[in-house]
Design a protein around this ligand. Structure first.
Ligand code: SF4
Ligand code: SF4
Ligand code: SF4
Length: 315
């Protein structure tokens, strides 16, 4: 066996064992939305990604890998003259991550451009989950926030509640439109012991996957040993009560488009406090939306059945 092959297989084995350990061998069990606060005594083990903005060259390989891994239409334009010169892209229901150039002042007051990868931040205590009246947004036991199109009634509360403006609605989808957002490759890759596609595809090591506590430890070490390279801020350590996506940068985050007005305390308790004061209204809304969605689904099923019977009759 070649040395490199052995190294690769050992690495693969360790990676699988790590992910199996994270999953506790139970797969991606899903908690009810209202039990988010009660679960997981510590978020230290949450599968996370450390994004080092100083290492990102804006090649957008991660965007392409995300689409391929999640069966999303891949029209990523990789034909620009040099990485980082792309036209800006937006998150969409069928585009779960984007990398865009952002220009702002560094700590010396010089105007610089950095490439910023954006996706669902995988909040440790997600507001999108806490506001969803039908449990279509759920936090898996492993950590990633999952979305179920089967349950979704299209109320778009999650869109309004997300502090990072992440979930996107399929506006052309009519009454049966769906929401789209990064689910950290939970179904497609993490469950099989594989890395998120974006992290695996990055050619520069700008994306590093691991346990949240290990990544925080590494991020602090990088800041300490290279103070000339990094500002002393890990974005996502505290924002929105903490997120699984963590960022390091040499430019103040607020200067390159990161939201600086995000609360540093978890928001779901506030949501639940409000909802608990209006349980009848919350229940009624969920019931109303559920009934509307159920009748529309039923009507669509009946229409499909009629169309299929008419086709059979004409044959
Ligand atoms: S970033 Fe938004 S969509 Fe993602 S988990 Fe947090 S609240 Fe939910
Ligand atoms: S973790 Fe997976 S779903 Fe999320 S941005 Fe990366 S490749 Fe896409
Ligand atoms: S693959 Fe890596 S270097 Fe390329 S755009 Fe994505 S994060 Fe940046």
């Amino acid at each position: 066996m070649k040395k490199n092959q052995h190294k690769t297989e050992t690495h693969e084995f360790n990676r699988r064992r790590f992910l199996q350990g994270l999953a506790g061998g139970t797969g991606l069990a899903v908690l009810s939305p209202t039990s988010v606060n009660a679960h997981v005594p510590s978020y230290a083990q949450t599968p996370s990604v450390l994004v080092d903005v100083t290492r990102c060259i804006g090649c957008r390989q991660c965007m392409r890998a995300c689409k391929q891994a999640n069966d999303l239409p891949d029209n990523t334009d990789l034909t620009a003259d040099f990485p980082g010169s792309w036209d800006p892209e937006e998150l969409r229901f069928d585009q779960w991550t984007v990398v865009n150039p952002a220009t702002g002042c560094d700590t010396d007051g010089n105007e610089v451009t950095r490439n910023i990868k954006t996706q669902c931040m995988q909040c440790l205590e997600p507001t999108c989950v806490s506001v969803c009246p039908v449990g279509a947004m759920t936090k898996s036991e492993l950590g990633p926030i999952l979305y179920s199109a089967d349950r979704c009634i299209g109320c778009r509360y999650c869109i309004m509640a997300c502090p990072f403006d992440v979930p996107k609605f399929e506006w052309e989808g009519g009454m049966f439109a769906v929401i789209g957002k990064c689910q950290m490759c939970a179904h497609t890759r993490l469950a099989e012991g594989r890395l998120p596609a974006c992290a695996e595809s990055c050619p520069t090591g700008a994306l590093k996957f691991g346990r949240r506590d290990s990544l925080l430890f590494e991020a602090r070490a990088r800041i300490k040993t290279q103070p000339e390279r990094y500002i002393d801020h890990i974005y996502g350590e505290h924002e929105a009560g903490g997120t699984a996506w963590l960022y390091l940068s040499d430019v103040p985050f607020e200067n390159i488009g990161f939201k600086s007005n995000v609360e540093t305390t978890p928001m779901p308790p506030l949501t639940w406090e409000v909802l608990s004061k209006i349980p009848i209204m919350a229940g009624a809304m969920a019931g109303l939306f559920g009934t509307v969605a159920w009748s529309l689904n039923r009507r669509e099923a009946a229409e499909r059945q009629d169309a299929s019977e008419n086709q059979e009759d004409s044959e």
